[in-house]
Design a protein around this ligand. Sequence first.
Ligand code: MN
Length: 262
Amino acid sequence: MDTIDRRTILATGALALTGAVASSSAQAQAGPKALFPVGTTTIPIVGETDVFPVRRIYCIGRNYAAHSREMGSDPNREPPFFFQKPTDAIQNVSIGAVADHPYPSLTKNYHYEVELVAALKSGGSNIPADKALDHVYGYAVGLDMTRRDLQRAMGDEKKPWEIGKSFDRSAVLGPIHPAAKTGHFTKGGISLAVNGNVKQNSNLQNMIWSVAEQISKLSEAFELKAGDIIYSGTPENVGPVVKGDVLLCKIEGLPDMSIKIV
Ligand code: MN
């Protein structure tokens, strides 16, 4: 009986606690409760115990002239174009780690694209370029992983690229570095090596549209908000990986970020 009583007390306590949590969250939301929990995607911040909650992932296409040419476009500073990845496509990679990154389904031509990522602490619509960097919380080294064969096949058929760009773990990135500590990134080396061989090697100043201009242009199309992150485009010489390859990504002023394709 003692055991049963203790269990009853524990169960009652647990229920009371659950009730307290539920009622305080119900008070906070003042509406119907969610049927089941859905996780929030977050990114670690260097030097902080708080984490960065992700609202949306925007990516800019063909933002380096040489990459634009290799993709079959004419880099003539036409307005930048954007696509999104789902928020939970993020794979966080710790500093100093070589994170396992599973080769995804359906592709036989899986490509890397090293990119600077800007993370916003605020937003708005029609943000002027000269005010845009005020909205940037920090920066990270990112990989816009791409099922190139699927992206191209859909493009050829004038269908959405979604399946080539917006799949699970396609948004790889290191932790965010507050701009208050690093400053803003308008120039500096950006490179990617596969198994020690440098494949992509450029400079952030070769971006056709700067991060400030990207934010300004994006905010004409979408109301930007705190928690939005922007993959700012990749330099030339994108290419394929196979299982076993180790990718090392570098941006001058940020720690290296590395994954192994498994
Ligand atoms: Mn990209």
